[in-house]
Write a protein that binds this ligand. Sequence first.
Ligand SMILES: [Zn+2]
Ligand SMILES: [Zn+2]
Length: 371
Amino acid sequence: MIKLGRNDRCWCESGKKYKNCHLGRDKAAPYSSGEAHRLLKTFTNTSKCSVPEKLRKECNSRIVKAHTLSKGNSLKSIAHEGHVLGIKHGLGGLEKNKGRIVLERIGINQASTFTGFCSHHDKELFSSIEDRPFVESREQCTMLAYRPLIREIYVKEANYKVMEESRNFDRGMSFPEQLEWARMSQINLKAAELSLQDLSHIKNKVEISIEERKYNVLNHFILRLIEPPKIMACGVHGPFVDINGKDIQNIDLDENVRPAYVAVNLIALDGKGYMIFSWLPEDDEVIMRFISSIQECPIDFIGDKLTKYTFTFFENIFCSEVWWEKIGGLQERVNEMMMQGVIMNIYNFSSIENDSNNYQAINVQSMTLLR
Ligand SMILES: [Zn+2]
Ligand SMILES: [Zn+2]
């Protein structure tokens, strides 16, 4: 083994000198969970307006808790006594439930919010959806996709900072353990960095189209539902399977290949239910495989498949308490789906094809492809 001098760059690639980084780390006091929680809080409580640089001069100094799912349109329609069921965020929540994800009651003023817009932009940017009837226009569909996109970047940036700091969580570990920790940290940081690059690429294109008021850079697939869905969700992700669990793309840590992404909104607007998928035309090849699996599915089966898809891949998800009580024995299945989303690479979609569970959460009426 090469002996490092105190002033050499540390082996862990943090860029710091050895003496300020890993020297004597094995003898340092291990991280306490209190310290870890404080750290997590610092980074997940960021308040800022996420609009492009050019628009910052219009910003109001007040940063609001911006809803990613509209309170008036969506959350109210599934609320019971002002509450919905959802996943409380952060390490604290997971630890409390012994590493399991559990749906908890959340007030609709809090549900789906993030402090990522000032009061002016939260109101102005989304007025075409909040203040006007939904007519399935490109402008409205684009703005619906924009909100989860910004939230995804906001959350990923916070996670990135936490990951960077958590490099130091190897205090008190033996040298081989430190090596393993550093290796895992590098992989996680690289993955986070790549997905942030990908999301920024999409964000930039969408923002240009918003600025030019053209709203022409996304394709949309609109599912009209018979009634508002019992679960509401929005998010952006790179799907690797279609709704039948069939592979549609590999997602590797490769800087030269950007995975295809799709923004998803499962919402209510003007008392009607919709599930809307939005993506860049350059991602057509992969995303159309996903969309085709919906188009080709018998209409009565689509709802249950999409219910499973949503619980598996999205964490910004809320459901009706009344519905939850009604599904009874199926609750455990839903808990399993949510856990699959947490434990990377243990997705088990094989059960889906043979599953005749009737969730009654999403009932599809008709669909339109907007390209
Ligand atoms: Zn180091
Ligand atoms: Zn602003």
